[in-house]
Design a protein around this ligand. Sequence first.
Ligand SMILES: [Zn+2]
Length: 184
Amino acid sequence: MKKVFTCLSFILVLISCKKDSIDVGIQYDIAPEFTVYVNKFYEEATSRGITIARENLIVKANLNLGQTDICGKCKQNTQYPSLQRTVEINTESLTCWKSMPENNREALVFHELGHCLLGRLLHKDDLFNDGSPKSIMISSNSDLYSPCVYVLDDKPELCNKTGRRKYYIDELFDENTPAPDWSK
Ligand SMILES: [Zn+2]
């Protein structure tokens, strides 16, 4: 009986050691200003039947990016994806987070999570015939589905792109999403 107990404790030690080493990689910590967008990302995944564990993700502001045109980045070890994944958002530059309407902030966070959580490592810069990007994974930050910037626009239907949101989120989760009607 004593022998069995010794064996059991040995197994427990092994498990707990393993757990300790995994904990380093599965830290989940989202800075408050990004929580709403990260939560929306998980909601959009769930509504499409895609389950993504809330683990191994840090989303935080990167003040060192300063006045550059890099608005965000995903840092991960592509060879060992179970190691820490970190999204950094540039909250300092006047052309990035600070000046972005809500929908563009969402698109930026979704783009970075596309890299970090969906395995979409490459950018997709293809355009539709009307000049609109085909994907939220476009390399340059772009107004994909934002509302009109100026309230007094004469023809709001031309500048209001909020109706395009569904297509871009669909395409983020499924690259084979057919081209939407508005692009034809
Ligand atoms: Zn990117």
